[in-house]
Write a protein that binds this ligand. Structure first.
Ligand code: ADP
Ligand code: MG
Length: 319
C-alpha cells in the first residue's frame, strides 16, 4: 500500500460531510467557508508514542483520544468544533491498526459533526498531531485571563480517575477488575466537554480544560488573570472508585494527576443564577473562589492549608 492508497482508503472516505467544506481531502489544500461574524478558534495537540501513550496502546482509543483532546481545547474556549487536520507519522502501513485508529477517531468526529479536511502522512516513529478548528462569536470566547476577584471556581464531572487508571497500568497500585473497568475509559476515551463549553459562553468569565491536573491548570487561569484563589479539598469531586483508593494514592492523584479533560472555569456572582439553570448544572462542582492575593491556597476539611507534594505534569520539568 503506498501513501496515496493509504490516504484514499483510510482518510478520504469518512462519515462527516459538512456544508461549509467546499473542498476536503485530495487537493493541495482544503477550501472552507468560515462563518461570517465568527472568530475561528484553532488548536493543536501532539501525541508521541512512548511519551503520551504506550506504543502498544489500543488504536481505537488512540484515534478517539487524539481528537478528543483537541475538542476539549475548543470546548475550553467555548468554541463549536467544525474541522480538523491529521498529521501522522507511522513506522509501517499497518492496515489493521489504521482501520481501528480511524474507527475510534471517526466515531467521535461523527458525534460532534467535525470533518477531517486534510493532513499529512509520513513514515517515522508513531506520532499523531491533530489540529482542530471551531467557531465562537467575538467577545464570547472563554479565555484564561477573564477571572476576577470574587468569581466562583467550578469544575465539571469528577477528577482523578484517569490518573488512577494510569497508576494501575504502571503497576504503582493494584485495582480490582471492576474498579479498573470503571476508570479506564476516563484515561483512554475522555469525553470532551463541548456542549458545556458552548453553554458557558456569556456565563463563565474564564475557562481552561484540565489536562495537566487541576492545580497546574487552575494555576494558568490565575497567572493569566493576575489573581489568586482558594479551593476546598472536600468540595473537589471524586468518583467512588477514586475515593476507595485514596489511602494509597492521596490527593495528589486528584489535584495533579492530569488527563481529566474536565473544564475548570470561573463565574461572577451575577451569573450564578444563569449557571444554575443550565441542563447539566448537576454535574458542576463549586470548589472555591478567586481572590486578589496571588497564589493558589488549598484548604483541607479542617480549614487548614494543605500543601500538595506535586503540582502537575510538565514535560520539561527538571530537564
Ligand atoms: P501534498 O503532497 O500536497 O502534501 P499529500 O499527498 O500529502 O499532498 O496529501 C494528499 C491529500 O491527502 C491532501 O489533501 C492532504 O490534505 C490529504 N492527507 C494526507 N495525509 C492525510 C491524513 N493523515 N489525514 C487526512 N488527510 C490527509
Ligand atoms: Mg503532504
Amino acid at each position: 500500500m503506498n501513501e496515496f492508497e493509504l490516504i484514499r482508503r483510510f482518510f478520504a472516505r469518512q462519515p462527516v460531510s459538512r456544508a461549509d467544506v467546499k473542498l476536503g481531502i485530495g487537493d493541495d489544500a482544503a477550501l472552507l467557508y468560515p462563518p461570517a461574524g465568527r472568530l475561528l478558534a484553532v488548536t493543536s495537540d501532539l501525541l508521541v508514542a512512548g511519551v503520551h501513550f504506550f506504543p502498544e496502546a489500543d488504536p481505537v482509543s488512540l484515534g478517539y483520544k487524539s481528537l478528543a483532546v483537541n475538542l476539549s481545547d475548543l470546548a475550553a474556549m467555548g468554541a463549536e468544533p467544525a474541522w480538523f487536520v491529521l498529521n501522522l507519522t507511522l513506522p509501517a502501513a499497518d492496515e489493521r491498526w489504521l482501520e481501528r485508529f480511524c474507527q475510534g477517531m471517526f466515531a467521535l468526529a461523527r458525534e460532534h459533526d467535525v470533518q477531517l479536511v486534510g493532513g499529512d502522512t509520513a513514515r517515522g516513529p508513531l506520532a499523531i498531531a491533530i489540529e482542530a478548528h471551531g467557531f465562537v462569536p467575538p467577545r464570547m470566547a472563554l479565555r484564561r485571563s477573564g477571572a476576577r476577584t470574587g468569581d466562583r471556581i467550578y469544575v465539571t464531572g469528577t477528577l482523578g480517575d484517569a490518573a488512577l487508571a494510569l497508576q494501575h497500568q504502571r503497576g504503582n497500585i493494584r485495582l480490582s477488575e471492576n474498579d479498573f473497568a470503571a476508570v479506564m475509559p476516563r484515561l483512554e476515551q475522555p469525553v470532551p466537554r463541548v456542549r458545556e463549553g458552548i453553554a458557558l459562553r456569556g456565563i463563565a468569565a474564564s475557562a481552561i480544560d484540565i489536562s495537566d491536573g487541576l492545580l497546574a491548570d487552575l494555576g494558568h487561569i490565575l497567572e493569566a488573570s493576575k489573581t489568586g484563589a482558594r479551593i476546598f479539598l472536600e468540595r473537589i469531586p471524586v468518583s467512588p472508585v477514586c475515593r476507595r483508593h485514596f489511602d494509597e494514592v492521596g490527593w495528589e492523584t486528584v489535584l495533579a494527576g492530569g488527563d481529566d479533560y474536565e473544564l475548570c472555569f470561573t463565574v461572577p456572582e451575577k451569573n450564578i443564577t444563569a449557571l444554575e439553570k443550565l441542563p447539566f448544572a448537576g454535574e458542576l462542582h463549586y470548589i472555591g473562589e478567586i481572590e486578589q492575593d496571588a497564589g493558589l491556597r488549598v484548604m483541607d476539611a479542617a480549614g487548614k492549608p494543605y500543601s500538595p507534594s506535586a503540582t502537575g505534569h510538565d514535560h520539561f520539568a527538571g530537564k
